[in-house]
Design a protein around this ligand. Sequence first.
Ligand code: NAP
Length: 314
Amino acid sequence: MNAPIPFVVNPDYRFAREWLAALQREMPGERIVPLNELDTAAKAESTFAIVINPLPEDIRQLPRLAWVHSVWAGVERLVTDLADTDLKIVRLVDPQLADTMAEAVLAWTMFLHRDMPLYAAQQREHIWMPLEYTRAQAKTIALLGLGALGEAAARRLLDAGFNVCGWSRTRKTLAGVECFAGESELPAMLAKADILICLLPLTAGTNDLLNAETLGHVPSGASLINFARGPIISDHALRACLDNGHIKHAVLDVFSVEPLPPDAWQWAHPDVTVLPHISAPTDCRTASAIIAQNINRYRETGQIPESVDRARGY
Ligand code: NAP
């Protein structure tokens, strides 16, 4: 029988039981055991663990650990917390998650494209005033990040008739998408945006990427959607751009501090839509099936799934 799989969960995380049940359902031949229920011998023999926002000191209880499988797609916190280890970090890559994110991208792009913030404001003032309509084919949506989520979003936006361009670290070839790569091409891509959408991982290279200088390359009157991580955009620079009208509207699903504090300026800004980090919730059933596949392959071949490149940070 295989050694039990440690399940290492932050004590503050509320849905550990649901995850454990879903994971166990997908791996009936395995025993997935919360860390505090493992005896010393079992802890000593584990080479991998399934983790949800684990405390670093809990990870240190597993001396032979070679890799951890996170249930999330974004793993910047693990990368930081495990910086002093050489553990391999495997993140979730789930087509269902990409599909859910593509749906959110389309929904909130349409919200901006069809001027819903303006019509809602007009309704509050009892103003009956049609605004000029511009068709989707005359608008460009610029995607920061063309990874698992960015690529799915690009396809959905193309299907909806928009022009789509995208930016990544290494150059991509995606049918119908104008692809930009690297820092030197960022200004040119930003300059094309009617709506700019952030789907980048948070790393040393993307922290504060959208600041006063880079936001200055976005055409005046463009809108912004951040579905990635809060610190990628400078709050201060964004506020200034919203206050002076350079950015027309921002849809923000992620923030530097979450939950967004009650006194944060974003709540009451007339040109901000605040979402509580809901653009792409992980589906624990599809995610568990993918984690199970990765673990089964490791059991059969000893091959650790593709893991985060620690130098790149994602
Ligand atoms: P991914 O597959 O790793 O793709 C990341 C993309 O960003 C790649 O195209 C990558 O370029 C590009 N990139 C990274 N660093 C860059 C840099 N310095 N300059 C230019 N491009 C850079 O990640 P993913 O699965 O699409 O997920 C992206 C992020 O979405 C996650 O990290 C997470 O933070 C966020 N997320 C948010 C939610 C939510 O509900 N709000 C849900 C899930 C995920 P290359 O292609 O050249 O590598």
